[in-house]
Design a protein around this ligand. Structure first.
Ligand SMILES: [Zn+2]
Length: 127
């Protein structure tokens, strides 16, 4: 991959990372500001809210780890290559999904395997 492309991807990842970190900073503030004395309904709502926050946080953590992984691969020089077959991943595909680690044919293969695994479970459930 060309150096200019790598620089561009690194900038995209850094921006995404900052965005997530900024958002999660705002989530933390929400926690601090919530009042202590609540009746049961408020408490129930607060629990739902907290569960949603946690879910959001988990997704952010997952995305962050994917982004950090991608930045590490840029540093190591393996960014843009398929994890499975070591072929170069199409630039168009990387632009659409920058954190992807599989080329399109390996991805399709993986999805086929997942689909047949799910189908297998369904068939077992019927019997
Ligand atoms: Zn591949």
């Amino acid at each position: 991959m060309r150096k200019t492309d790598l620089v561009r991807f690194r900038r995209i990842f850094t921006e995404q990372k900052n965005q997530i970190l900024m958002n999660s900073g705002m989530l933390d503030e929400g926690f601090v500001n919530s009042p202590e004395d609540k009746d049961e309904v408020d408490q129930a709502n607060a629990n739902i809210e907290q569960a949603m926050r946690l879910q959001l946080r988990n997704r952010e953590t997952f995305t962050l780890s994917r982004i950090n992984d991608a930045i590490r691969r840029i540093d190591e020089g393996s960014f843009g290559r398929c994890d499975t077959c070591d072929e170069y991943i199409e630039l168009r595909r990387l632009q659409a999904r920058p954190t992807t680690t599989l080329c399109i044919s390996c991805k399709e293969e993986e999805e086929k395997m997942n689909a047949s695994a799910i189908l297998g479970h369904r068939l077992q459930a019927v019997h």
